[in-house]
Design a protein around this ligand. Sequence first.
Ligand SMILES: [Cu+2]
Length: 464
Amino acid sequence: MLSRRSFIRASGGAAAMAALPATVARAKAAAPELVAREYAVQLLPPDYPETSVWGYDGQAPGPEIRVMQGDRIARRFVNRLPQASSVHWHGLRAENAMDGVSGLTQDAVPPGESFDYDLAAEDAGTFWYHSHNRSAEQVARGLYGPLIVDEPTPPDVDRDVTLMLDDWRVDPKTGQITQDFDAPHDLSHGGRLGNFISTNGEAAYQLPVRRNERLRLRIVNAANARLFTLGIQGLDGWLMAYDGMPVTSPEPMPETLTLGPGQRVDLFVDVIAEEGEEALLGRIDQSKGYVQAAFPVSGRASANRRPAPAPLPRNRTPDLAGLADAATLRLEMSGGAMGSMREAIWKGSSRNADELMENGQFWAFNGLVGMTETPLARLSLGQVARMTVVNDTVFPHAMHLHGMHFRVLAQDGTPGPLRDTLLTARGETHEIVFAADNPGRWAFHCHMLSHAASGMMTWIEVTA
Ligand SMILES: [Cu+2]
């Protein structure tokens, strides 16, 4: 098959196009392009030089992709990067062939080539898209953006605001992203933590607001490895959704909220700061705090606050009927610095810790390092699975399941909210349950991208 680029060359461009038969000229218009390439942006404060990033459509983060629930998301991904790449649509329960995982659901798209994505937006909510090839490098360089699916009936808020949180590792002298994407210390410890925090690609994100205005804040942790622990000041409200999925009844805003890499929350907050004051979102309760977003208040939206919100309409997610006789699975994490992993199987044979280290591999799931020929589990379509996730390491991990959302069981066995990314602290054990209602080969990996690159990557197959 001809790629679009070679087609234009072969046809001689516009002149030849004009001579094409009418049927071809009337062919379905190509999807809008999403072009990945290198460019410079003013990421750091103005007294620093521009930073060269890899991003989508000349922005960092990439452009907001926004559709109505039930519509399709169609994009022609054009790769103008010096590396192969692919695009994953994080949190969408869509078609497996469109999931964008290089090496599992598609081949990485080589430089100069393109790939047509076309997938259903079945769930309303807050999602994001990002590179899923060499992600520890490519996402760190800026290849991510927001993906919003709107409810058919808009909820009662004054403004809908997406906040993508990231940290970047930049050389303060040059203002450039440091190239140490596979530094052994990052791989084996807490991942690639940055030294420059941004919101929507800005150092000092500000949004002017009015008193009593109700904001929907869609917060996305797009960082490679950082956990964001957020508090709010001058805002009050409710937690409405985790990882794109509404909670059954709005939860009063907790004092602090921790988001692991890949995780999202939707908040409805009212501005309760006085006129002339500033409401804040950030790490404001600690001595080493930082402001993630500032909301200067001027004027009033209304004399009083609105009543408490109704829950967001639930998405059509499967129920967990059959939980009692669910398939039982186990995922035991081991490895990392200060871990007890002495050997593990990598690329089909047993290796000792030294061999693994020399190859930049530090972590294992059930004693297996990285992707394997056979999946962690094979489930039949519609089967309910219950998985024990054991974090036998001294680091937190953020396990992301593609294609399906799961619930975390509370101590007493009650299923919690739907999520697609599980944040697990050192030494913790969690039980998660999900209905295998989406056929295909689904990645299941740590979203601390340096960990995924050094062993924490597996997959689950759902067969029709
Ligand atoms: Cu991890």
